[in-house]
Design a protein around this ligand. Structure first.
Ligand code: GLN
Length: 455
C-alpha cells in the first residue's frame, strides 16, 4: 500500500484496504423485481465515511447514484416523529423487531399495528403520518427532509418510481390490510404514491455517509451546519435502526457490527456511530435478508477494526479535547513551568509543535488531531531544513478508544516515513498501546526523544 499523501488520508487508505479486500466478494444477487434494479452493474462498490467536522473520506464508486429505497425509512420516521410526536406515531406502528422479512404481512394481533417503522408495512404507515395538506405536500416535505440530511437537493428516478408503482401489489395489499386493521387511516393510493416516490430518490454512498453523520452528530448536518432535527429524535431513530434496521438479520447485525444501520434493496446501507461519524455504503448484490453483501461485510470490518460497537463504551467518559499547545500558550493558558517550553515553541514555530489531548479520545478526537497536524504541516515553509518534530501530550488522556490507538500508530508510521519525529508525553508511563510511538515522562524528555535541536 502506498503511503498516504496527507495524514487525514490514512483514513481513506484504510477504507481502500477494506474496499479492495471485499471487491472480489461476488456472493448474492441484485434485486430483480423491477427491470431498473436488475440492469445495474453488480460490481459497483462505494464506501464513504463522514466525520463530524464534515470531512468525507471515500473509496470506490462513491459518486454513483442509486435509489435510496428502504434507507429512506429512518429519515421519514424522523419527520413523522417531529410532526406528531413519538406517542402518536407509535399508536399506529410498533417498535419491536419483527424477525421477519422486510415485506412481511404480519401485524400485531391485538392492535393491528405493523411491527416497526423499518419494515415496509411500518414505513408505509410512517409515510402516511407525515404532515401535509396533500400527497404532493407530504412528498415535498419528505424530499426536503432527506435532502437536509444529505446536504443537497435530491432528485427522483422517474423510471424506478413508475416500475415500483407497477410492481407494488404486495405493498398495496399490506396497505389495504392495515386500513382494515385501523393502523393506516390515509388513502392507500395516495400513501403508496408518496412511499414509492420516497424509495425512488437518488443518492450516492457519499450522501448516505453525510446523512448518517447528521444522525451521529445529534441532528446537525456536519457539512451545511443546518440543524435538521433534534438530538432526541436522532436518538429515537438510531434506536429503531439498531433494533429493526436490518430486518430478520437485525439481531446478528447488532451482535457483529453494533451500529444503528439501515439497508435498502438497491444495495445502499447507512450506519451511524453516535458522536463519531457516519458511514454510507453501496454495492448491489444482496443477501437473503435483502441487504447488500459487501456493504454489510465492509461495515462489520470497519466496526470491528475501529472498536465501534455502541455497547463498547468506557464507564467514565470525559469529552475529548485536542488543542495545539502553541495556541493554548498564545491564549495565556501556559503555567509558569511552561515558560521555557513556550519560548522554545515560539522560537521554533515552523519545526516544533505540541498537541495536548485530553479525556476520552475516539475517532472524532483523533481525526481532529490528524487534520490539525495536516494543516500545520501545510503551513510550514517549503524550505524548512529542520525535520519537523511533533509532541503529543497524552498526560490528561483518560482513555484511547481502539480506533484512536490505530490512528495514532498510523500517524507515527506516516511521520516516520517522512523523517518527521513524533513523541508522546505520558508521565504515568501507562501503556496506551500505540505501536511506534515513543513515550517520555515530560516535555523535555519528549523533545529529546524527537532529537529536536533548537536553532
Ligand atoms: N421499494 C421497495 C419496496 O417497498 C423497498 C424495499 C427495500 O428496500 N427493502 O418493496
Amino acid at each position: 500500500m502506498a503511503s498516504p499523501a496527507t495524514l487525514s488520508d490514512i483514513v481513506t487508505a484504510f477504507l481502500d484496504v477494506v474496499h479492495d479486500r471485499l471487491m472480489h466478494d461476488r456472493r448474492g444477487d441484485v434485486a430483480d423485481y423491477i427491470p431498473e434494479l436488475a440492469a445495474v452493474d453488480p460490481d459497483l462498490f462505494g464506501i464513504a465515511l463522514c466525520g463530524l467536522n464534515g470531512r468525507v473520506y471515500e473509496s470506490g464508486d462513491t459518486d454513483h447514484a442509486f435509489t435510496i429505497q428502504s434507507v429512506s425509512k429512518p429519515f421519514v420516521y424522523s419527520l413523522a416523529l417531529d410532526d406528531i410526536g413519538m406517542d402518536a406515531v407509535h399508536q399506529r406502528v410498533g417498535a419491536e423487531p419483527s424477525g421477519e422479512a422486510f415485506n412481511s404481512v404480519k401485524l400485531e394481533p391485538s392492535t393491528g399495528r405493523p411491527p416497526n417503522p423499518m419494515v415496509n408495512a411500518g414505513a408505509i404507515v410512517t409515510t402516511a403520518l407525515v404532515a401535509g395538506e396533500t400527497a404532493a405536500d407530504r412528498f415535498d416535505r419528505i424530499r426536503n427532509r432527506l435532502g437536509a440530511f444529505a446536504g443537497r437537493e435530491l432528485d427522483m428516478d422517474i423510471a424506478v418510481y413508475e416500475s415500483e408503482q407497477e410492481s407494488g401489489d404486495r405493498n398495496r395489499a399490506l396497505a389495504y390490510l392495515m386500513r382494515s386493521a385501523g393502523s393506516l387511516i390515509a388513502s392507500v393510493d395516495e400513501t403508496l404514491d408518496v412511499y414509492f416516490r420516497q424509495c425512488s430518490l437518488l443518492v450516492t454512498s457519499r450522501d448516505l455517509a453525510v446523512m448518517a453523520a447528521t444522525l451521529a452528530n445529534g441532528g446537525v448536518n456536519p457539512i451545511t451546519g443546518v440543524r435538521v432535527t433534534s438530538s432526541e429524535t436522532c436518538q429515537h431513530v438510531m434506536t429503531i435502526m439498531a433494533t429493526c434496521g436490518m430486518y430478520d438479520y437485525a439481531g446478528e447485525w447488532l451482535l457483529r457490527a453494533g451500529l444503528p444501520a439501515k439497508s435498502g434493496v438497491a444495495g445502499g446501507l447507512v450506519a451511524a456511530s453516535p458522536g463519531e461519524f457516519g458511514l454510507g455504503l453501496y454495492s448491489p448484490r444482496l443477501d437473503h435478508s435483502g441487504s447488500s453483501v459487501r456493504s454489510v461485510a465492509a461495515a462489520q470490518r470497519l466496526a470491528k477494526r475501529f472498536g465501534l460497537h455502541i455497547l463498547h463504551r468506557p464507564l467514565t467518559l470525559s469529552a475529548a479535547e485536542v488543542a495545539s499547545a502553541t495556541d493554548e500558550l498564545e491564549q495565556g493558558l501556559g503555567a509558569t513551568q511552561d515558560a521555557a517550553a513556550a519560548q522554545l515553541l515560539q522560537d521554533n514555530a515552523d519545526s516544533l509543535a505540541v498537541w495536548r489531548l485530553r479525556g476520552y479520545i475516539d475517532f472524532d478526537g483523533a481525526e481532529r488531531l490528524l487534520l490539525d497536524i495536516d494543516a500545520w504541516l501545510d503551513e510550514r515553509p517549503g524550505d524548512a531544513d529542520e525535520p519537523a518534530a511533533i509532541v503529543l501530550d497524552l498526560t490528561e488522556v483518560t482513555q484511547l478508544q481502539s480506533v484512536a490507538v490505530w490512528m495514532l500508530a498510523a500517524l507515527a508510521t506516516w511521520c516516520g516515513e517522512r523523517g518527521l519525529r513524533v513523541a508522546a508525553i505520558d508521565p504515568q508511563g501507562r501503556s496506551l498501546g500505540v505501536a511506534g510511538l515513543s513515550h517520555a515522562a515530560d516535555f523535555d524528555a519528549a523533545i529529546q526523544e524527537t532529537e529536536f535541536s533548537a536553532d
